[in-house]
Ligand binder design. Structure first.
Ligand SMILES: [Zn+2]
Length: 487
């Protein structure tokens, strides 16, 4: 990623992120309409989410539970009472003329999320608040006019607002990655960015290095990939630095990132918060949460990715690097643990998962590693393969070949080795004959070896392997060669 050019060096970027996350409930937040993605436009709507006069919202308890789970996992204090509020603005995809959100009494405040910087050090990013709200509809602008799909209206969201603790576009990227990973582990959202389940607005301002007061910020909206967030922030930092270098003032405004052009353009001047005319939603009771219920949610929180990586280092003796790769997603971490339970050499399992298994999964376009369709590779199947290798029945290179076939056909390792006659040749008499043949065929190399060119052992090994189709036991061949060449 491009870092800001020279002038920006004098300026310190201050970045905060607002992330909207769609909660993984089957129905909407205030009505019973379905939330499934991709339904034909305006087929998942009702008088409540369309905001008909007199229709009354009813809060979805499942959404509250997922939101509480996320807030607790992010270390927030979840308040015993929070209040829903109407946030007024006019837009064609908002039929009520207001969005039900939370304002001065949000669900939760005061958390933190740790990110690991590129130099390996950890940095804690403050979480200002986590609140519940409903989504708006979606306008599509085409040649024949604008069409509005209200299916999104009333989808349950949490908004996770960070403190302005991020000091570079790269840190913003790392924070978003860590947040997404945590939320996926918690199963509170599918975090599918292409489907809009996770969206990010970024606030950025510059100030002279060493200054503690904040400069005027701008907001970059509608960024739907982490790489775009990074690029949009780098662009905006350079733009603001150039303005400040000229001695001019940055204007408080909202910008829209255009990924195609690689630039941010002004959208509208940012409304101040009082322009939204927030007031408590009269149709909803305050959200009162029982302390015992919250304690139960906290008890039931799954192990997060960072804690799991620490445990992988402790319990399996893995390097931190391995632990980081293996805990990238919960399915991958689960898969590794199942394989490690079936084969008693965690580092060997780790090497194979990080190497061949992920490579094969990627090759097959699998985003959830280790489930190459249509024949997912079972952890126990890898364990069986590694057992054959550990017993010396097959060599490492044959094992790779067998694994590829296992993924391709769904056949077990032992069966492939038996059917294709891949078992390693460990019959000393048979190998001795091959070694003799190689020695007889290369008198020049034999003389050179005996004259001191010890490196030629690799050449002889290669010749024997060639004659045996790679199935000779390499330790045995090496011993035989050294014995016969010495004579
Ligand atoms: Zn509805």
């Amino acid at each position: 990623m491009r870092e800001p050019a020279a002038p920006a060096g004098a300026w310190e970027p201050v970045i905060g992120l607002e992330v909207h996350v769609q909660l993984a409930t089957a129905s909407k937040i205030f009505c019973g309409c379905a939330t499934a993605y991709g339904a034909p436009p305006n087929t998942q709507i009702c008088p409540i989410c369309l905001g008909y006069p007199g229709a009354l919202p009813v809060l979805n308890a499942g959404a509250v539970e997922l939101a509480a789970r996320a807030a607790l996992a992010l270390g927030c204090e979840v308040h015993p009472r929070s209040i829903f509020a109407r946030k007024h603005y006019f837009y064609p995809d908002l039929p009520k003329g207001y969005q039900i959100s939370q304002y001065d009494r949000p669900l939760a405040t005061g958390g933190a999320l740790a990110i690991r910087l590129d130099d390996g050090s950890a940095k804690s990013i403050g979480i200002t608040r986590v609140h519940l709200e409903e989504d708006a509809g979606k306008s599509t602008h085409g040649a024949d006019g604008t069409r509005v799909d209200f299916n999104r209206c009333g989808l349950p969201l949490i908004e996770v607002v960070s403190e302005p603790d991020l000091a570079s576009p790269r840190e913003a990227f790392l924070y978003l990655s860590a947040l997404k990973r945590s939320l996926e582990y918690l199963a509170v959202s599918d975090c599918n960015m292409e489907e809009g389940s996770l969206r990010c607005d970024a606030n950025v301002s510059l100030r002279p290095r060493g200054e503690s007061r904040l400069g005027t910020k701008t907001e970059v909206k509608n960024v739907n990939s982490f790489r775009y967030v990074e690029a949009a922030l780098a662009f905006e930092i350079e733009r603001q630095a150039a303005i400040l270098e000229r001695g001019e003032a940055v204007v408080h405004e909202t910008l829209l990132w255009d990924a195609g052009r690689g630039e941010a353009r002004a959208m509208r001047s940012k409304e101040l918060s009082h322009d939204y005319r927030y007031f408590p939603e009269p149709d909803l009771e305050p959200l009162d949460l029982d302390a015992a219920w919250l304690a139960e949610i906290r008890e039931g929180l799954p192990e997060g990715p960072a804690a799991r990586a620490d445990r992988f280092v402790e319990a399996y003796g893995l390097p931190e690097y391995d632990a980081g790769v293996l805990t990238a997603t919960r399915p991958l971490a689960d898969w590794f643990e199942a394989a490690a339970a079936a084969f008693d050499d965690p580092k060997e399992v780790s090497n194979w998962v990080m190497g061949e298994v992920l490579r094969l999964a990627n090759e097959r376009g699998e985003t959830v590693a280790l489930a190459p369709e249509p024949r997912p590779l079972a952890p126990a199947a890898l364990a069986q393969l590694l057992a054959l290798k550990a017993a010396g029945t097959i060599s490492g290179s044959v094992a790779k070949e067998v694994l590829a076939e296992m993924v391709e056909t769904g056949t077990g390792a032992a069966e492939i080795v038996r059917e294709r006659g891949l078992a390693q040749v460990s019959d000393a008499a048979a190998l001795a004959a091959e070694v003799d043949a190689v020695i007889a065929a290369h008198p020049g190399e034999v003389a050179a070896f005996r004259g001191g060119k010890q490196g030629l052992i690799g050449f002889f090994m290669g010749q024997v392997m060639k004659r045996t189709g790679g199935q000779a036991n390499p330790q045995l061949v090496n011993a035989l060669l050294r014995q016969k060449l010495a004579g």
